[in-house]
Design a protein around this ligand. Sequence first.
Ligand SMILES: Cc1ncc(COP(=O)(O)O)c(C=O)c1O
Length: 406
Amino acid sequence: VNSALALTSPHRSKQISDTVAGDPDVVDLTVGEPSFGPPARLLDALAELTAQRPEEPSASYNRYAHSRGTPDLRSAISGWYERAYGLAVDPETRVLVTHGAAEALWTVVFALTDPGDEVILPDPCYMLYEPIVVALGRTPVRVAAAAEDGFTIDPDAVARAAGPRTRLVLVNSPANPTGAVCEPDRLAALIAVAAGRGLYLVHDEVFDCFSYVCPHLPAIALPGGAESAIVVNSLSKRFGMTGWRIGWLAGPESVVAAAAKAHSFVTLAVGTLIQQVAAVALADASVDDEVARHAHLIRDRGRDLLDRLLALDLFECTVPPGGGFYLFLRCARLAGRIGVPESESASEAVAGHLLEHARVASVPGIAFGPRGEGFVRFSYAAPEAAVDRAARRLEALGAAMTQAVP
Ligand SMILES: Cc1ncc(COP(=O)(O)O)c(C=O)c1O
């Protein structure tokens, strides 16, 4: 086995969700999968296309797509940046369609770094960042995204952490696991640091349409971003289609050319049919309203869950969620109540306690990096009934704990 790969292990979050999958007694708040599905426009396009039986097997969707993505989908992606931000992104040279944001992240790290190079990651951060960097034999350098700093990374700290072998800075806004939004000023300052050091800033914006505190802006739309930033995005969260595996990256021409080369060696191209129907839905501005409606529902669900969890007096919210699907709550009080010894991880113990005593699955914050210790993550993207059931169980647990106090 590749020795760098051997250094990685399955992520804790995935381990927990795999363990509880199929157990009807557990309410699973580990996974960030939206409770809604793809827009009707997309499913109608799929039905129309696959109804074209007489043309088989020559129907275009049976054939390999262009390895950078179908021209229609690349145009739709470019059109989306134009419609949302007035931003021109050349679909021919600056867009690459990938198997979800996950493949885009892998490809960008692979294509822009050599073994031994450093990649700056926030601490805590999304579960895939560190294993991708480590499995590729690159070195992760963690920069604090501390609660006191709104769970975002400080541009000065990035400047201090960047050394001669640093090539990339990976940021995620709105963020998983914290729900933090890196406001445009701070993102622009991070781009300035990256540009000054000859690095690229990679902005993972998969939660772009779930930004609740300020309008989302992709790094490529900010000053210096056209040259020094790359965005990674997907339809997984936007259209509730995590299982379809469709995403993209957009950035400077030379970056996209290198990434496209790597992508074609790994996968040749993304599925043609999926791209064709994704293009129809993404190009249709009327679908944006449906996406906004879904985002409001999810936001309200999160606010309701937060209020109910805070009322238990077992968790604290240091940074109110600004976007995304997750509550990242401090759990020291609950850890104290259940008597977790100092030598143990409070977040692991609390997540274990909630699973055992309330049958609610959450993810210990330490799974996202050392500075995630002391927090637990709850996803509120699950269907409303499931989130409500989890809240009722946690309320019952809280009531039982209050009664147990002598
Ligand atoms: C921050 C972040 N980036 C990337 C991904 C992967 O998304 P995709 O399904 O598009 O591969 C996720 C999935 O949860 C995520 O939370």
